[in-house]
Ligand binder design. Structure first.
Ligand SMILES: Cc1cc2nc3c(=O)[nH]c(=O)nc-3n(C[C@H](O)[C@H](O)[C@H](O)COP(=O)(O)OP(=O)(O)OC[C@H]3O[C@@H](n4cnc5c(N)ncnc54)[C@H](O)[C@@H]3O)c2cc1C
Length: 498
């Protein structure tokens, strides 16, 4: 290897969502001499919270943990997309991060050169249509986990016959006119549960068509302890930290209960829903999931609003497979016909590996599915690249922050070693270990994880080679990981600085 090439940047962060803003904060506060930029395909920051504008879009976990450790959340615990977006903007301003962000920069290709020890990143400025090319020592992927271009829409027979309008919540049209219309919402998750109560009053009727039910936890949008502490003039930083710690503890206790007593948790959650519904309502069919509570996220209903709309007769649940769409609606396999002017496919999203970017190493294309993850953050065969993949059971930001601190520690270690690159490589004892999907299906199995197996990296059978879904375990382990554990291979410059 010759002398490493001079690069435009030390670190290039991909994506200006929660993870990318968090990465920018850590880079600017812990490594102020690093030359870094955050490249974002959209016209602004926010990622998920910029893209999703459907009625009722809000967080499903509370903002004391979805927010950052370093920027207190001062509102009600669950917040709408616009409020979250405002909070993210304030964070960028408050910490002077703005100059690092380059919007309308869609990255399409990234090539690693072993000789030059750097990535060359190419893409398009979507505002002008001009191509760009940037070289960087390290690529920090904060691209989220799903495709931002389009949501997931299954294929059903007869779709082309439907004469009404299709809407996917990920691309909510400005002119979605639902007033007085019969609307079908296909889906059972958080998007369905937040959207339906919001549109139910203006529609003629809303029918939710779901294949299988979801668990719901219902609560008011209030955090009495935070309000009490505010009443005592407690500094907001303290309140944020106290409620954040409390929320993580509560989630830990809840997850442990769900795993140790799955049937009891299941019964408790179903009973909570049944109490909100009229006497004799068919809870067994419409609100009794087939999976166990810890296997997928439990959705949050605020103030029972979905159940209120069901009680008022404005929303009907249909739990069945769709057999076919017709010119004016759909028919289910069980023979139920539903009339619709508009069909909203709240059917989720498709997981996208590495931001849809075509990767190559020294000219050889990389198939991400051939790589093995190192602690859910780095990948064999991909030097100087990390992916910030957040928490699945509690707020995404909790793990995103943990991983981002780990990446900062790794970048500092590279500097200490005077190394130009790091790549995970299986040790002799790791060769031939049993491989599993990146998201262990025995622990967590939402539809998007199942659908993405063919494109995702693999996990191994030891903690080094796995995405740890247990935040509380990882929070103890990751900050202490030995960066010279033999799994991480460093390339050093010929002459180390004294
Ligand atoms: C409707 C909805 C509600 C949610 N609610 C919650 C919740 O309450 N709690 C929770 O924990 N999680 C929730 N999630 C999950 C959510 O995605 C995460 O909480 C979090 O916002 C993800 O942040 P991120 O920065 O990792 O990714 P994203 O928000 O997805 O942002 C990634 C950014 O990277 C950019 N990007 C991607 N590829 C490229 C490329 N090739 N070139 C340039 N830029 C690129 C994208 O344009 C995007 O702006 C929700 C998701 C959805 C869809």
């Amino acid at each position: 290897m010759g002398k490493p090439m001079e690069t435009d940047l030390d670190v290039l962060v991909v994506g200006a969502g929660i993870a990318g803003i968090n990465a920018a904060y850590h880079l600017s506060t812990s490594m102020p001499s690093k030359r870094f930029a955050v490249l974002e395909a959209h016209e602004s920051f926010g990622g998920t919270w910029l893209i999703h504008t459907y009625p009722g879009v809000r967080s499903d976990t509370e903002l004391y943990t979805l927010g950052f450790s370093f920027k207190p959340w001062t509102g009600a615990p669950y917040a709408g997309g616009a409020e979250i977006q405002a909070y993210l903007g304030e964070t960028i301003d408050e910490f002077g991060l703005g100059p690092h962000f380059r919007y309308n920069h869609s990255i399409t290709q990234a090539s690693w050169s072993t000789d030059d020890q750097c990535w060359t990143v190419r893409g398009t400025d979507t505002a002008t249509g001009d191509p760009f090319r940037i070289t960087t020592r390290f690529l920090w992927m904060c691209h989220g986990y799903y495709g931002h271009d389009k949501g997931h829409t299954p294929t059903w027979p007869g779709m082309e016959d439907f004469g009404g309008r299709w809407i996917h919540p990920q691309h909510w049209p400005q002119d979605a006119d639902l007033a007085g219309r019969d609307v079908v919402v296909v889906g059972s998750g958080a998007t369905m549960a937040t959207l339906v109560p919001e549109i139910a009053d203006e529609c003629r009727h809303v029918t939710v068509v779901q294949r299988s039910p979801t668990y719901f936890f219902q609560s008011p949008n209030a955090e009495p302890l935070a309000d009490q502490l505010r009443g005592l003039a407690t500094p907001e930083e303290w309140i944020h930290q106290i409620i954040r710690t409390k929320a993580v503890g509560e989630m830990q206790a809840m997850t442990e209960l769900q795993m140790s007593h799955p049937e009891m948790s299941r019964a408790g959650l179903i009973q909570m829903v049944a109490q909100q519904l009229p006497e004799g309502y068919d809870v067994e069919t419409h609100f009794t999931p087939r999976h166990l509570p810890h296997e997928q996220r439990v959705c949050r209903i605020l103030d029972g609003n979905l159940f209120t709309k069901i009680r008022e007769g404005k929303v009907t649940m249909v739990t069945d497979e769709i057999a076919t769409f017709t010119s004016d609606g759909l028919t289910t396999e069980g023979g139920t016909s539903v009339t619709a002017d508009v069909v909203i496919t709240a059917t989720g999203f498709d997981l996208v590996a590495l931001g849809g970017i075509a990767f190559d190493v020294d000219g050889a294309p990389i198939d991400f599915a051939d790589t093995i993850t190192y602690r859910g953050a780095l990948f064999t065969g991909l030097p100087n690249l990390a992916w910030t993949f957040g928490s699945l059971r509690l707020s995404w930001t909790m793990r995103a922050d943990l991983v981002n601190r780990f990446i900062i520690r790794l970048l500092e270690h590279l500097d200490e070693l005077d190394a130009t690159s790091v790549v995970p490589r299986l040790r002799p004892e790791d060769e031939g270990m049993e491989l599993s999907p990146y998201i262990d299906p025995a622990s967590f199995n939402p539809g998007y994880a199942h659908r993405s197996r063919a494109i995702m990296a693999k996990g191994g059978s030891t903690p080094e080679w796995r995405l740890d879904l247990d935040y509380w375990n990882e929070a103890g382990v990751l900050p202490e990981v030995d960066l010279d554990d033999g799994c991480l291979v460093y390339e050093r410059t010929a002459a180390p600085t004294p």
